[in-house]
Design a protein around this ligand. Structure first.
Ligand SMILES: [Cu+2]
Length: 391
């Protein structure tokens, strides 16, 4: 246990973090979804794919039984000899095309969301008890990605302890679509100390409820990545690098059986990947020897790690905790022994961990480089003032 703890020494994170998602003995269902994108994947599976599959299977089974019973030699001694039926042939060609369209359209949408890194952005306004108009800067790298519909802008009030989502037309109105600045006019001014969080972007992830027939519309604007995690598959472990934080890297090996629990054996590692909760993480994936695959079922991520090539995907952990996955491309004799463990912690804890790793690896950072670090830049300044950040 001592060796395991050393990776996170001083953070106390090892023992306290809850396992939120892992493979379980005998499990056949999908692991619980732990991000909006994974929820959307599950929605697609449960509401569209499974009913279609079950329906087709039962229909074909019924046809088979009907043919076997009604048209066997005993019940049908003199069979008819026709070989064509235009109507039936049109139906059995046309209906499968329609079924494929019903499956394909939402699945292309999902593939796009998994593959394309979202570029949503956040503008934050401070309440003072009087101001009702807040500006969302409608500027994106690609002009075509401007917020163009009310659904692409989500407005929240953050009172310091919780975020409350506001409703378009009920709580606020919008002006300036297609322009560089969108004005959010709230019906009631936020109190002093409250913040107005405006998330805008064209990439909406999460189940849409299918017109309210299957639950509520839970789509949220996917924000652009706050940071990048570089993953390299090796025979038989993973290397994780943090390019924006001095590019230190470390190897994550499977924890030996004697140092973990029976439930987590083959899933636990000696050095977990630490990421901030609630932030979009860009993941770049490659390999050093043969093809591996970095897979985290609870985030609906499975992406090949190919030597000489960089693949890219993203995820956002909504809750603090540990998420387990496994290499998912047979890569050699110890393929089953290169698990993945991602631990999502608060931004403050993440930045403390980054600082600890930087000093452990002797990463030299100028004050400017530290200040420019995503998420931790401001925290670094506060660290210098306050000594240490409370978790
Ligand atoms: Cu592998």
């Amino acid at each position: 246990m001592k060796k395991l703890i050393s990776g996170l020494s001083g953070l106390g994170a090892w023992a306290s973090a809850a396992a939120l998602a892992q493979a379980t003995p005998g499990g056949i269902a999908l692991q619980p979804a732990q991000s909006a994108l994974a929820e959307e994947v599950h929605f697609f599976h449960n509401v569209i794919l499974m009913p279609v599959i079950v329906g087709i299977s039962l229909f074909v089974l019924a046809l088979l039984l009907w043919v076997m019973v009604r048209y066997n030699a005993r019940f049908n001694p003199t069979p008819r000899k026709f070989s064509h039926n235009t109507l039936v042939e049109v139906i059995w060609t046309g209906v499968p095309i329609l079924i494929l369209l019903v499956i394909a359209l939402p699945s292309f949408d999902l593939l796009y969301k998994e593959d394309v890194i979202p570029d949503g952005k956040q503008s934050i306004g401070q309440g003072d008890g009087r101001t009702t108009n807040f500006i969302f800067e409608n500027r994106f790298e690609a002009a075509t990605r401007k917020v163009a519909r009310p659904a692409h802008l989500q407005v929240f009030i953050d009172d310091g302890s919780q975020m409350r989502r506001l409703q378009h037309r009920v709580d606020y109105s919008l002006e300036g679509f297609g322009e560089e600045e969108l004005t959010v006019s709230l019906n009631a001014p936020p109190a002093a100390g409250e913040r107005v969080i405006m998330n805008g972007g064209r990439s909406l992830v999460g189940p849409n409820g299918l017109f309210g027939l299957f639950g509520e519309d839970k789509r949220e604007v996917a924000l652009a990545p706050a940071m990048t995690l570089k993953v390299t598959g090796n025979q038989w472990n993973w290397t994780y690098a943090y390019p924006e934080y001095g590019d230190f890297d470390f190897i994550s090996n499977m924890a030996p059986e004697s140092e973990t629990t029976p439930e987590l054996y083959l899933l636990e590692v000696d050095n977990r990947v630490i990421v901030p909760v609630g932030e979009t993480i860009r993941v770049t994936v490659t390999a050093s020897d043969v093809i591996h695959a970095w897979a985290l079922p609870s985030f609906a991520i499975k992406i090949d790690a190919v030597p000489g090539r960089i693949n890219e995907t993203w995820f956002k952990a909504d809750r603090e905790g540990v998420y387990y996955g496994q290499c998912s491309e047979i890569c050699g004799i110890k393929h089953a022994f290169m698990p993945i463990a991602v631990e999502a912690v608060s931004v403050q804890a993440f930045c403390r961990w980054i600082r600890a790793k930087q000093s452990e690896f002797g990463v030299e950072r100028s004050p400017e480089e530290l200040a420019a670090e995503p998420l931790c830049g401001d925290a670094a300044a506060r660290l210098a003032n306050a000594g240490a950040l409370a978790r």
